[in-house]
Ligand binder design. Structure first.
Ligand SMILES: [Zn+2]
Length: 437
């Protein structure tokens, strides 16, 4: 008697990213009710499914998890490049946001960004922006998992703003939308007062929410914190009690060893944003030192306004090679360890490692099928190396989230790409007019 499944991915090389980093060759991945029910040698099992997808000559890996993004910034891609961070923010991004942002602007841009993420193999993102409900609706439609937070900028929201009230409201409102969840995001130490940061810490602890915050992206941010509060950012936030809650610290470029000694005792992870930091010349996160301190690391794309794409696999390749060079050590951050930054360690960073981040029985069926029958992927000796050093994201053929196909043969299943491109053109026109270009 055969056991019934919904879907069988057959004959794949499966990079599980489980605790033993098992790689299964010519195996089937079996999916039932959105979860992985078995990983078994091809044909040597008694599962039967209505749908099956051939994955011979393909690598199947966990869906990638992006730990720092701003999805609704899609329309700002390439708008004001090659500028210092403060000028880019103060002269372009923030004034445009003040004039243009609306629920529909955010919904449309998120839908576009979610499509781009899925095609790039990202199945979950940790996003910070405004209008959480518009982001949640767009991600649900696209089929992208998202942990969504409202960027708390005190000058915009007012000192009385109670972020936890909104998070709880949206958790209730989107209870039946399983792909989205919510967290708390005091934007940064330079946009929130000590009182607001404390309030966020207390609320996160009380309601078991993740805190998502930008930390020490630039040297100037650290200097300002020292002159305003007499302490470096990590010591300042630690004294406010922020790190009692689970935190995702985005960037973490300028963090010294005294700060790492604090972080290693706390439930915090870093979201490294290599491409954004390179492009804005913010510096490079001290990955080696973080790892020596046992601090959990993950990767984030940041927004397309500073990256300028959502190609997390490309970002991973850049990060791995750059830090070998910086440390004068080709053995530093081997490919399989690098892959943890976008899979299991990213899941840990967001507190979802029990459900995602690796391909194991009982976990969510979030995975990618990557075609290796291309000249740049052959011959194939070592799947992890091939993924990090030779594969590009255009080889991501199929993407599944919760067992549902969201990218099929490199086309989005839930969204119309021609329509997304048309919408992009419309917003580009609007922004050109706004800037008098
Ligand atoms: Zn950011």
């Amino acid at each position: 008697m055969k056991k019934r499944a919904d879907l069988i991915i057959s004959g794949a090389t499966i990079l599980s990213m489980d605790a033993d980093l098992n790689i299964y060759r010519e195996h089937d991945l079996i999916v039932t009710d959105g979860k992985i029910s078995a990983i078994a040698a091809q044909g040597k099992h008694d599962w039967q499914a209505l749908q099956s997808v051939d994955a011979h000559d393909c690598i199947v890996m966990p869906g990638m998890i992006n730990t720092h993004s701003h999805l609704p910034m899609s329309w700002f891609r390439g708008l004001a490049d090659d500028l210092p961070l403060d000028i880019w923010l103060n002269h372009y991004i923030w004034p445009l946001e003040a004039r243009l942002l609306s629920k529909s602007f955010i919904y449309d841009a998120t839908l576009f960004g979610a499509g781009e993420m899925l095609k790039s193999g990202i199945t979950m993102t940790n996003d910070m922006y405004f209008e959480m409900s518009a982001i949640a609706e767009a991600c649900s439609k696209a089929g992208l998992r998202a942990l969504i937070s409202e960027a708390v900028i005190e000058a915009k929201m007012g000192a009385d703003y109670r972020p936890s009230l909104f998070v709880l409201k949206y958790e209730e409102q989107f209870r039946d939308q399983p792909l989205v969840d919510f967290s708390l995001a005091p934007h940064s130490i330079y946009t929130c007062s000590s009182e607001m940061l404390k309030r966020c810490a207390d609320a996160a602890l009380e309601h078991g929410l993740l805190i998502h915050i930008h930390l020490s992206e630039t040297a100037a941010e650290v200097e300002n914190c020292l002159s305003e509060h007499g302490k470096r950012p990590v010591h300042y936030l630690n004294d406010l009690g922020l790190f009692e809650a689970k935190c995702l610290l985005a960037h973490g470029v300028h963090v010294d060893s005294s700060e790492m000694e604090v972080l290693q005792q706390k439930p915090v992870s870093i979201g490294i944003c290599t491409d954004s930091n390179l492009k804005l010349a913010s510096g490079l996160a001290p990955i080696k030192s973080y790892l020596e301190h046992g601090i959990n690391l993950s990767l984030g794309t940041d927004s397309v306004a500073s990256n300028n794409d959502l190609d997390l696999l490309g970002e991973l390749s850049n990060t791995a090679k750059l830090h070998k060079a910086l440390n004068h050590d080709p053995a530093f951050l081997p490919a399989i360890e690098a892959l943890k930054l976008v899979t299991i360690n990213a899941a840990k960073a967001l507190g979802v490692e029990e459900r995602r981040g690796s391909l194991e029985v009982g976990k969510d069926a979030d995975f990618l099928i990557i075609d290796t029958q291309s000249l740049n992927s052959q011959p194939l000796y070592e799947p992890a190396s091939q993924l990090v050093y030779a594969t590009n994201s255009r080889q991501i053929r199929d993407v599944f989230v919760a067992g549902r196909q969201v990218v099929k043969e490199q086309r989005l299943v839930n969204l119309d790409e021609a329509e997304l491109l048309q919408t992009a053109g419309r917003y580009a026109q609007l922004i050109r007019e706004e800037l008098g270009l």
